[in-house]
Design a protein around this ligand. Sequence first.
Ligand SMILES: [Zn+2]
Length: 201
Amino acid sequence: MQTDLVCPSCEDLAMGGQTHPICKKRFGLDGLWSLGIYQDPLRSAIQKLKYKGITELADILIDITLEYWVKYQPFVLDQIKKDQGVDWVVVPVPLYWWRVNSRGFNQSSLIGQSLSKKLGLDYSEALKRTRYTKSQVKLKEKDRRKNIFDAFAISPDYTLHPKPYVLLIDDVWTTGSTLRECCYVLKKNGAKKVWALTLAR
Ligand SMILES: [Zn+2]
């Protein structure tokens, strides 16, 4: 299941998943951590969580992620610990309310809550969707960016100010357009660092 970590900008290998210095953008992601490649058995576990509602899988997959980090990527946990004074906050990529209602839950929220509990970090649904967007699954990369543009905002009852470091959670990294767009909104609103964390890519 283990995978090498890549830079969220150019997607070439990157030490610890950190964005290469030359790939850094002002409102861009600082890094990307993924548990594995989107293939079985990880793919079927994510699909069971998402579409069959086997929500216990969120906890199980986060346990595996943490075990894996301790063993192969201690750098990841060190980063979070080192900056503990700054307070990392776990923020899930939101679903549009209509999709939450039809599915009954947001898989990214479940993953984020599990991670925050296990690492003792704060959890916040700081982002909201401002409009409905088509599923990204069948879209080409260019259309994905267009589809997701301006689709997120900071939730009105949340201020980012005291929590400038964000672990942004989604189930799968495909082209990264959703996570990049969410990061842009978070950084525009005061986040100092944003790392994307996904189960698969
Ligand atoms: Zn890069």
